[in-house]
Design a protein around this ligand. Structure first.
Ligand code: TYM
Length: 335
């Protein structure tokens, strides 16, 4: 079997409205990487159902993530965009990896601890074994690179451990050890209400995040209300220490404008946050509004989105099935 040298797999959950963290930490990077890599972009609905999802809205959320990929600039003709549950090889390899990963490894996952909180006896088994399925998503394509936000780093280390252990146990070099690609100035976008918390779909406050479905008015309002400290913008990067809210807004600006944090600070050194926020709101609207309106347009033609996903499914299965067969052969299953 021919091994790829530059193949990307990444996934986004259809578990709620996409926010600026998803865009800057992941999707925006997918757009630039598509030129250089063969790409598989997956809407990970099997991961979404590790917590409750309303069956009446799940299908549309799945299409919405697809629309966001395309509206952001991913070319659906050149890349494979597909739905995880439509490619059964993911779940099959996920089971095999459940038998490779160790309980101790999964017990150390901070995302599980955060999500389960004090409720760990009552969350789904799927939430616990979530990272083994993620490893399967990546390795079923023998992907070499995985662009993600900073919060997925630990899951990718686990993926590498699983690939390594499988290879060692079965004395093979079949699975690649994939590299994370954590790129840009906004790898961890924080809540607009609290600079110590990640921007996330599950935050109860709508004002904590900017959604890709927000109107220009919403965006401006949310940035205006974003928490800051009373100091003006610093003279250099060291002046951002212990100022998480300031640091967050400046890195969002840098990422949206495709420039560095240093260069934003240079432009705004000593200025008040009220001035900076006005420019940040204008910049956000100018970058996000075209995406939102394209998403809305795409969402009005469900059959087009479904045709993209259908083609993506076929392409994905054509790559995934031989990898699953080879894995089963290595394990010693009857063919
Ligand atoms: P999900 O759906 O939570 O997030 C999708 C992508 O967005 C990134 N992200 C962020 N980046 C910066 N700042 C934030 N506040 C922020 N919030 C989210 C995430 O890092 C991610 O890249 N487990 C994955 C989905 C997944 C996956 C995979 C990813 C399943 N299988 C295989 C890569 C490869 C997740 O929860 O994504």
């Amino acid at each position: 079997m021919e091994k790829p040298t530059k193949r990307i797999l990444s996934g986004v959950q259809p578990s709620g409205d996409l926010h600026l963290g998803n865009y800057l930490g992941a999707i925006k990077n997918f757009v630039s990487l598509q030129k250089e890599y063969e790409c598989f972009f997956c809407v990970v609905d099997l991961h979404a159902i590790t917590v409750w999802q309303d069956p009446k809205v799940l299908a549309n959320k799945t299409r919405e993530v697809t629309a966001a990929f395309i509206a952001s600039g991913i070319d659906p003709k050149k890349n494979n965009i597909f739905v995880q549950s439509q490619v059964p090889q993911h779940a099959q390899l996920g089971w095999l990896f459940n038998c490779v990963a160790r309980m101790g490894w999964l017990n150390r996952m901070t995302q599980f601890k955060d999500k389960a909180g004090k409720n760990s006896e009552n969350v789904s088994v799927g939430l616990f074994s979530y990272p083994t399925l993620m490893a399967a998503d990546i390795l079923i394509y023998l992907a070499t690179h995985v662009p993600v936000g900073d919060d997925q780093k630990q899951h990718l280390e686990l993926t590498r451990d699983i690939a390594q252990k499988f290879n060692n146990d079965f004395k093979t070099d079949f699975f690649p050890i994939p590299e994370p690609l954590i790129l840009g100035e906004a790898t961890r976008v924080m809540s607009l209400r609290d600079g110590s918390k990640k921007m996330s779909k599950s935050d109860p406050s709508d004002y904590s995040r900017i959604m890709l479905t927000d109107t220009a008015e919403n965006i401006t309002q949310k940035i205006k209300k974003a928490k800051t400290d009373p100091e003006p913008l610093p003279q250099d990067k060291t002046g951002l220490e212990k100022r998480p809210e300031a640091e967050n807004l400046i890195s969002i600006f840098a990422s949206l404008q495709d420039t560095s944090i240093e260069s934003v600070i240079k432009d705004y050194a000593g200025k008040e946050f009220s001035t900076f926020k006005k420019d940040l709101a204008d910049l956000s609207v100018s970058k996000l509004e075209p995406i939102t309106s394209e998403m809305n347009k795409l969402m009005s033609d469900v059959s087009y989105i479904d045709s993209i996903l259908n083609q993506g499914k076929e392409n994905a299965i054509a790559v995934a099935e031989p990898v699953l067969q080879k894995t089963k052969e290595i394990i010693g299953f009857l063919s």
